[in-house]
Design a binder for this molecule. Structure first.
Ligand code: FE
Ligand code: FE
Length: 275
């Protein structure tokens, strides 16, 4: 694991005294506004697959976005993507996983279609980034800043405020709705991309990498199945590269395209992706 920083305690430090107040404010808004109904309306609004974009043009868009929820990095998001991919590559992992590292946050290009009102803009990112949780059931105290859970209007709802909420025991994570954000958006966009050949493990890494209360916090066992336990192993494997590779090292996308373009073509073809 030569490419991975050993002092893990330096990452994901959300301590109120040490973190940028914008990170705390991001989570306060996210927790209070991401309701079950909000997520349904965002799915209807953003999963329209009407904006064709070349993969590299979409990646370049991320040069305009700095993730406000990330306490570890203040570089444009495309830098984090290249850092993740390069660490996976340096460890000699599979080519598809290198590609997943490179594109796993590409769903943040949602801000191109986004608005402050939806929390999907540069100024308001609470509908786009940050750790996600299940909507439509009780919020667990494994969420970052659990003191904000009470601000979510669904917690007073007779169904959505309960342990099972809108779902049933053992239904599987595929059946629950997560807070709206870049994971689900990219997962759905790629699932609808006709040339997508990314293996299931890669698609799972894309879909659930921000789902910390589950993959790291251990919550939501009321829903999970043996299949989800496999999902978790994939996510934990991927997470080391998503989290511990963040650094101030700056890459140029154009310098790494030559290496990644043939891998992207192998798994995504050369047609535009419909966002
Ligand atoms: Fe992410
Ligand atoms: Fe990431």
């Amino acid at each position: 694991m030569g490419t991975i920083a050993t002092d893990k305690e330096q990452f994901r430090n959300y301590n109120h005294d040490q973190v940028n107040p914008a990170v705390v404010e991001h989570y306060r808004k996210m927790r209070s506004r991401q309701t079950y109904d909000y997520v349904q309306s965002m799915k209807a609004k953003y999963l329209t697959y009407d904006t064709p974009m070349n993969l590299w043009d979409a990646m370049r868009k991320l040069n305009e976005l700095v993730d406000v929820s990330d306490p570890d990095l203040d570089l444009p998001n495309v830098q984090h993507l290249i850092q993740s991919a390069e660490a996976i590559r340096a460890d000699g992992r599979e080519d598809w996983m290198q590609l997943v590292g490179l594109i796993h946050d590409l769903g943040k290009m949602m801000f191109v279609k986004g608005s402050d009102e939806d929390g999907t803009s540069q100024a308001e990112q609470w509908g786009m980034v940050g750790d996600v949780f299940v909507v439509g059931c009780k919020l667990p105290d494994t969420c970052v800043y659990p003191e904000f859970n009470a601000l979510n209007p669904d917690m007073d709802h007779p169904v959505y405020g309960t342990e099972l909420g809108a779902y049933s025991q053992g239904c599987g994570l595929d059946q629950v709705d997560l807070a709206w954000g870049h994971d689900e958006y990219l997962y759905q966009v790629l699932s609808h991309h006709k040339n997508n050949k990314i293996p299931e493990a890669g698609m799972v890494m894309i879909r659930y990498h921000s789902f910390y209360p589950w993959h790291t916090g251990g919550s939501y066992t009321q829903f999970t199945t043996a299949k989800d336990d496999q999902y978790k192993q994939w996510i934990i494997d991927f997470n080391q590269y998503d989290l511990y590779t963040k650094s101030q090292k700056v890459y140029e996308l154009d310098e790494v395209i030559d290496y990644y373009a043939p891998i992207a073509e192998k798994y995504l073809g050369s047609d535009p992706i419909w966002f």
